[in-house]
Design a protein. Structure first.
Length: 190
């Protein structure tokens, strides 16, 4: 089978991070406006290419003061580093629906290797609306990817202490990316 090309549909692709706050609870942040692509030969998925770009300027936690602090130089420094990137470097297939995707993640201009646990959720032919008309069907595929990173590896170092040697924000951060990929138009025909 030939290589198929897919783009990440930004309205249905997002990233979420979760860090411990004040030693007792988790705070979640949400990032939309994720763009990317996947090129894959279904008969040889370990040779796939994956790239993604995330708009860090629109981080949302539900609390405007915290969002502004996250955008500041204390955390993401979006004035100088408005986007994060991921470039896949290796894929290892574990089962028909499970993969390990290793790649280079760049946050705040710092690039480090990360490995994501990826679950393939399946695919479906769906309507595709352009200019008020259904131009479908278009094939969509879904994926969920998870990893845990140390934010200090990316120079996201701000913190403060609380009593008994506690900290305001944990170093370890859980990241989940939900991807809805759409096969490019020239390849949508069955």
């Amino acid at each position: 089978m030939a290589t198929t090309k897919w783009f990440f549909e930004p309205g249905h692709t997002s990233a979420e991070f979760r860090a411990r706050h004040m030693m007792v609870a988790y705070v979640r942040g949400h990032l939309k406006n994720v763009h990317g692509f996947l090129e894959v030969d279904p008969d040889n998925p370990e040779q796939a290419r994956v790239e993604a770009t995330i708009d860090a300027t629109q981080v949302y936690t539900g609390q405007p003061q915290r969002d502004a602090h996250l955008r500041s130089a204390d955390f993401f420094d979006v004035e100088h580093h408005p986007t994060w990137t991921f470039v896949g470097t290796r894929i290892h297939q574990l089962s028909s629906t499970e993969f390990l995707l290793t790649g280079d993640l760049t946050v705040r201009g710092v690039t480090r290797p990360v490995t994501l646990d990826v679950i393939y959720l399946g695919q479906w032919d769906t309507p595709w609306w352009e200019e008020g008309h259904d131009r479908g069907p278009r094939r969509r595929a879904g994926f969920t990817a998870r990893t845990r990173i140390n934010r200090r590896d990316f120079e996201v170092n701000w913190n403060d202490v609380v009593e008994r040697r506690g900290v305001v924000v944990s170093d370890m951060v859980d990241v989940t990316v939900d991807v809805e990929a759409v096969r490019e138009a020239a390849e949508s025909a069955p």
